[in-house]
Ligand binder design. Structure first.
Ligand code: ADP
Length: 441
């Protein structure tokens, strides 16, 4: 400010001096007036330059000048830069926030008070089958036409979820999406969506499992109850009594097998996978299964042609009990389902890949291709009465699959109806050891 006054006075004084040199008093006055005018015009031009810049302020084009206007421009530029930095920080924070919501496994959608979509993340878009760019500011009711959602939206009770079918849901591949609205602000709503397909499937499986177990236990129990009642009420001959008691023992045995298989499954599900520290000799595993198979075949009076082929000095890493249970299930299935006198062959092989393979081949009735994908489901049977008559629980192949998976292996089933079936267990190379002397367990 001082410089401003001093520069004005200096210029006026210089004008007056020049004027006085030319024409004394009048000259001095005119010189001073002209100098003052020139100062004001120059000042005005400087002020206009700052004003023009302020109309479209940009820190890069800020005028650089000395004096009061320079100070004004500089302060404005600094204030502008501070505001630009704040805006950039706020924008970066907003982007981070949106990126976090995008990364959420849940769908998030913001609705304005009139129900128009203001923003939604990619997950919500794919759950609900909408385009996050094209469908912005569309009425949510126009895009989600599921009657359950329409009723939920109109009902106004947002204390619960509503479950609708997701985009591309088909009876074979259902997709279920749970939606919940949360009101916030002034009439706005936050829509959260979750994919509950797996959850619903698990719940259905659990319900089916409980129903199946109850059914499997109820049948022998009903039979047992009937026999008990008969024994209590009728005066039976000793041999008739003996026959009834034998049938009762058979039903009790059936329940026992079912409970054993259920316990095996639950143990398999609840324990960690077997490590690679324990080596099981394949020879002894095969010998155990061979004696099981021969005993069962004899018990059923089927006189099968049984053939067992092991690989000497081959050992596999895993849990002896589990591997025996898996192999024995496959072998006893072959014995149970193969007609009398037919052949059954169990064969171990080491593949070029280093994997070990155990195949159980029978010349039984075979399995139609449509059953193959479901064969390892719990309680899935092709012929219910045939399975029961031969003491099946419907859990055998589920146990085999579990054991094999826990050992990092694979269960392959190949079958030709009328010609027989081959069930093959393949164990990964890192669980296979050959050539070293293995200790028998
Ligand atoms: P189950 O106790 O009924 O034998 P599994 O889980 O062991 O239960 O087998 C499921 C179904 O697969 C059986 O009910 C049977 O229909 C079929 N199955 C299993 N093994 C054989 C086989 N070797 N030959 C023909 N069908 C088989």
């Amino acid at each position: 400010m001082l410089w401003r006054i001093a520069s004005f006075l200096l210029l006026v004084a210089a004008g007056a001096l020049l004027g006085a040199a030319a024409a004394r008093t009048w000259g001095a006055a005119a010189g001073a007036a002209l100098a003052a005018l020139a100062w004001f015009v120059a000042d005005l031009l400087r002020g206009l330059r700052v004003l023009r810049w302020l109309r479209r302020p940009d820190t890069a084009t800020a005028p650089r000048m000395a004096g009061l206007w320079g100070e004004v421009a500089d302060r404005a530029r600094r204030a502008l830069r501070a505001r630009e930095q704040q805006t950039a920080q706020a924008e970066a924070r907003l982007q981070e926030f949106l990126a976090a919501i995008q990364a959420s496994p849940n769908g998030v959608m913001l609705l304005n008070p009139t129900g128009h979509i203001e923003w939604c993340n990619q997950t919500a878009a794919s759950h609900l089958g909408i385009d996050p760019a094209r469908d912005l500011m569309q009425q949510v009711g126009n895009l989600l036409r599921d009657p359950a959602f329409a009723a939920y939206y109109a009902g106004g009770d947002f204390t619960r979820d509503v479950v609708i079918s997701g985009r591309g849901s088909t009876p074979l591949r259902p997709s279920r999406i749970s939606i919940r609205l949360h009101p916030y602000g002034e009439g706005r709503k936050l829509l959260l969506s979750r994919d509950v397909t797996a959850l619903e499937q698990a719940e259905t499986m659990r319900r089916d499992f409980v129903a199946n177990v109850s059914h499997e236990i109820r049948t022998p129990l009903t039979v047992l109850g009937g026999f008990v009642e008969t024994l209590q009420t009728l005066p039976l001959e000793a041999d008739e009594r003996g026959r009834y008691l034998a049938l009762m023992a058979q039903q009790a045995q059936r329940m026992q097998s079912l409970v054993n298989d259920l316990l095996t499954l639950s143990r398999l599900e609840g324990s960690p996978s077997p490590g690679v520290g324990e080596w099981v000799p394949v020879d002894s595993l095969t010998a155990q299964c061979e004696s099981d198979a021969r005993a069962l075949s004899e018990l059923l009076g089927k006189q099968h042609l049984l053939e067992f082929e092991s690989v000497p000095e081959l050992a596999v890493a895993g849990a002896q009990g589990e591997l025996h249970s898996a192999l024995s299930n496959l072998v006893t299935n072959a014995v149970r389902y193969t007609p009398a006198g037919q052949g059954i062959r169990v064969r171990w092989r080491v593949l070029d890949t280093g994997e070990a393979e155990c195949s159980v081949h029978d010349s039984g009735p075979g399995i139609a291709p449509e059953h193959l994908p479901r064969l390892t489901e719990r309680f899935y049977r092709i012929d219910r009465s045939r399975s029961r008559d031969t003491g099946g629980t419907g859990l055998g192949l589920a146990i085999v699959k579990h054991v094999v998976q826990r050992h990092g292996g694979e269960l392959r089933i190949a079958s030709t109806p009328g010609a027989g079936s081959t069930f093959t267990i393949v164990l990964p190379a890192h669980r296979v050891r050959q050539g070293l002397a293995v200790e028998a367990h």
